[in-house]
Design a protein around this ligand. Structure first.
Ligand SMILES: [Ca+2]
Length: 371
């Protein structure tokens, strides 16, 4: 039975269908030679920053993941889709310092009456062959296994939960009490884009997101540097312990953390690694960087990814996907170290889960011009 879209959504969670069978602690240091220094633009718009946003200066940087590592899900050299490291320039922009919170999303919903994808009953015509009784609103929820399992089938720890949506991130029995400052989750791409439009913002391109995440550093593994635990302290909300059954929560958080629980990177951004995945505006394909390099001599300027009809995921042909970045509280060196800053993720636009959120950016008027 072909179970499309949200019924097959669990296949699309966590790094697609690449599986790591042998983990190695610690990430492989980037091959420094592949990276040229980040060169920031110096112009900055006049006036105060929009509330909750920080200025990302833009400039030129080396985009991509250099090292073949066994730690990124899929096994050896699964950062292939983040190669080659290549030179990219982006304009400056404002960016939300944190992921969008439940509190902020609630204001949007209260102001607009917006109903998210996970709250809508799936339409029979979008799900041919699926029995009517299965066409119920809901979302994907991570559920730890009882014990150690082979990491070859994400269906062991993901389930489709009727009634799971942004108001009930883990299902009908869960709610948002005390979670006002947690990132909103269970949002599909169009939900995130609708919020952004309402806020007078937009979703970041993948290049903007990576430039921002690197925080002015050059070719580092993480937004803060090359050490996973600088000074012996966890710098992001990821998974410690044995995935997917024993969450040691050594960083203090089993699930998503209130935004801003960890230090900022060089640009004042929190949680650009871990916590929740973040939607980017680009459509995904694994060879996009190679295509851009082939098409553009020298520096690639303000790339925005392939057209929708060019989107391709070899792990799920026929399903167009959007880029996701940053990894989540479920990422671990043993399974999915997508908190490595140059690495990429992807997901079907209609598919939310309880470890996927977003943040927005806003374009600035050119320096010297009035808005
Ligand atoms: Ca954690």
């Amino acid at each position: 039975m072909k179970l499309t879209a949200r019924t097959s959504l669990i296949k699309r969670l966590l790094c697609g269908a690449g599986w790591l069978l042998a983990g190695v602690a610690g990430a492989t240091a980037g091959k420094a030679a592949e990276y040229a220094p980040t060169v920031e633009l110096t112009a900055r718009p006049a006036g105060a920053a929009p509330a909750g946003m920080v200025w990302i200066p833009g400039g030129e940087f080396s985009m991509g993941a250099a090292a073949a590592t066994q730690e990124v899900c899929g096994g050896l050299d699964t950062v292939d889709d983040a190669r080659p490291v290549h030179r990219v320039a982006v304009d400056g922009f404002w960016m939300d310092a944190t992921e969008v919170t439940n509190e902020a999303f609630a204001k949007f919903v209260a102001a607009t009456g917006y109903v998210t994808v996970a709250e809508r009953t799936p339409r029979a015509e979008d799900f041919p062959g699926v029995p009517k009784e299965l066409l119920v609103p809901g979302g994907a929820v991570f559920t730890p296994t009882d014990g150690r399992v082979p990491l070859d089938n994400a269906l062991q720890w993901w389930r489709y939960v009727p009634g799971a949506n942004w108001r009930h991130p883990e299902g009908p029995a869960s709610d948002l009490r005390g979670k006002e400052k947690l990132p909103v989750v269970q949002v599909a791409y169009e939900d995130a884009a609708a919020y952004a439009r309402w806020a007078g913002k937009r979703l970041p391109t993948e290049a903007e997101w990576e430039f921002a995440a690197r925080g002015g550093l050059t070719g580092m593994n993480y937004p803060w540097g090359n050490e996973l635990k600088p000074g012996g302290k966890w710098a992001a909300n990821i998974w410690q312990g044995d995935f997917p059954w024993h969450n040691a929560a050594a960083d203090g958080f089993v699930g998503a953390a209130p935004v801003g629980s960890f230090k900022t990177n060089g640009y004042g951004l929190h949680d650009m690694a871990g916590n929740v995945w973040e939607w980017c505006a680009d459509w995904y394909r694994p060879d996009e960087y190679a295509r851009e390099v082939a098409a553009v001599p020298g520096v690639v300027r303000n790339p925005h990814g392939p057209a929708r009809e060019m989107s391709f995921d070899p792990q799920e042909p026929g399903q167009a996907k959007r880029v996701q970045r940053g990894g989540s509280f479920l990422c671990t060196a043993l399974y999915c170290s997508r908190y490595v800053v140059g690495s990429r993720g992807k997901g079907a636009p209609d598919t939310g889960s309880n470890h996927l959120g977003f943040r927005c950016v806003q374009e600035a008027p050119a320096p010297g011009k009035t808005p």
